[in-house]
Design a protein around this ligand. Sequence first.
Ligand SMILES: NC(=O)c1ccc[n+]([C@@H]2O[C@H](COP(=O)([O-])OP(=O)(O)OC[C@H]3O[C@@H](n4cnc5c(N)ncnc54)[C@H](OP(=O)(O)O)[C@@H]3O)[C@@H](O)[C@H]2O)c1
Length: 347
Amino acid sequence: MVTLQAVQAHNGALRSRATGLVAVFVGGTSGIALSTALAFTRHTTAPRIYLIGRSRSAADTAIASMKNINPSSQPFFLQSDISLLKNVDKACAEIAAREQKVNLLFMTPGVMTMKGRQETAEGLDRKFVLHYYARMRFIYNLLPLLREAARQRALSDGTRLSRVVSVFDPMVSIRAGGSGTLDFSDLSLKKTFSLQRCGAHASLMGNFLLECLAHLQPQTSFTHTYPSGVATGILREVPAGRFLSALMTPILKPFMVPLEESGERHLYAATSPRYPPKIEGMTPKEDACLGSDGTKGSGCYWVSWDGEEFPVNKKMEITRQQDAAERVLQHTEEVFNQICEQGKTYP
Ligand SMILES: NC(=O)c1ccc[n+]([C@@H]2O[C@H](COP(=O)([O-])OP(=O)(O)OC[C@H]3O[C@@H](n4cnc5c(N)ncnc54)[C@H](OP(=O)(O)O)[C@@H]3O)[C@@H](O)[C@H]2O)c1
C-alpha cells in the first residue's frame, strides 16, 4: 500500500516543481474528478484546468473554490453532455483551439442506474458511452496534445508529464464470480445488454484499449484505477438514491475512502513516477509499478485505490489470449468511424 503520508509528501513537493501544467477533468463537476482537480489546483503553480460536465452551477462553485485555493490557477468549464460522441468531439476541438499540450487527461464520467439499455441518438447505450466510448474518444482526440506534453519538460527537475487516468474499476468483470470474458460477437451489447454485462464490457474494453494505446503512444502513461467506496453523488440516478446515500454513508464510512483523500491519491496516481510511460526514463524501472501485462513500467497500469497494482488474473489472461486488445481496438475504431466520421448511428 502506498501510505497516505507518501502520497502527501509527493503531492506537497509538486508545487515547487510543477508550473503551467494543463489538465482536463472529464466528469470534473463532481465526486472523484472534482476532488482530484481541487488537489491538482492546491499542489501546482499556474495550472490551466478544464472541467467537463453538464452542471453549470456545480462548475461555478468548483471554479470559485479553485480560484480561492490558488489564485494563479486558470479554471475553465466546458458544458457538454458527453453521452453523445459528437459532443465529445466538440469539447476536444475547443480544448485543441486553446491549448498546445495536455499534461493530464483525467476521466470519471458515469452513472449508476437501475434502468436497462438507454439508446442514444447515435445507437449506443448511454451508460456504456459514459464509462467507455466517450472516454476513449477523449483520448483519441487529445493524443496529439498529450504527445506534445510528452515532448516538453513539465517539472523543474526535467521530468515530463503526459498522463491518462480513467477511474472506474479494472476488475469489475471478475468480481462476484464474474467470468472476465468479452462477447466478441456483440461488443457494443446491442443485442445482449444487461447492466452487469455493460459494467464488465466497459471495464475490460477500457483495460485492453489502454494497454494498446500504451504501446502505440509510449511517451504517455495510461492508468485505470478502482477508487473503492467514496461518498459522492454517484447514486443520484438510482430511485431514492439520495435517501439511500444518507442512510448508508454513516454505516459504511469506516470502510470508505474519504473524498479528499481519494482526490489526493488520484493526484498521486496521475503524477507519481511509480506509473511511468513505456519509454520514459522517469524512474529506475525497479521503482515502477507492475504493468497490466505483468511487465514493470509497461506504461499501462490497473491500480487499486491504495496505489497498488492488481495482481495478474487468470480469467482476464484467457481473454487477453483471444487477441482482446486488437479486437477491441478494431471495434472501437469502427464505432468512431461510423458515428464520428460518417455521421451514422452504430451499428
Ligand atoms: N464513488 C464510488 O464509490 C465508486 C466506486 C467504484 C467505482 N466508481 C466509479 O468511479 C467513477 C467516478 O465516480 P464518482 O463517484 O466520482 O461519480 P460522480 O460524483 O457521480 O461524478 C460523475 C461525473 O460524471 C459526469 N457526468 C455524468 N453524466 C454525464 C454526461 N451525460 N455528460 C457529461 N458528464 C456527465 C457528472 O457531471 P454532470 O452531472 O455535471 O454532468 C459528474 O461530474 C465512475 O465511473 C464510477 O462508476 C465510483
